[in-house]
Design a protein around this ligand. Sequence first.
Ligand SMILES: [Zn+2]
Length: 213
Amino acid sequence: MVKYYIYISLLLFSVSSFSQTARDELVPVKQLIADIVIDLKYNTTDNFTSQKLYTTDEAYLASGAVVRLKVVQDSLKRILTHNGISYPQGLGLKIYDGYRPRSVQYLMFEIFPNPIYVADPASGSIHNRGGAVDVSLVNLATGEELPMPTKFDHFGIEASHDYMNLPPNIIANRTLLRDMMTQVAGFSIYVSEWWHYTYAPSSSYPLLDFQLR
Ligand SMILES: [Zn+2]
């Protein structure tokens, strides 16, 4: 595995051929979950860097993580009533970010070098391994997001799972997402960010740095 890391880091900007196992292979999320909503904020200027950092609207994740996300999506679809509101087609997931090239991580850390919110690129982010996903809940019939504690990438205490100074319906939405991701699908939370979840096996996956088109 150590050899593998060295190999990857030598090829930082030109990774094109390397072997991956079936579980850590990056795949387009939509390939398995056709009705998931994708809203990659880093493919727009509507993010904390105010720069468009991606070249695709396609979200990619390690295939093992996508299989787990599918379980969440299928479970959410069966929720037709939540917080006293009816959802005729159920609820679903929206993805803000998935796999993120390591060079983008360097740029982000340069702009906002606070490791609570932006992982140090020297050690890398789980996003660079294809095993972290930033998600929210949507009304599947409209694609509209359910109210959450903050916007995506809000760098403050209000984004924490521990922050309770919120209306009950918003706490219920955050809790539903958390229960689905952790109890139904086995993802791990990140306490400082309600939207960020990690797929545990990916902590040993290689740090990758290729742009997806
Ligand atoms: Zn994240």
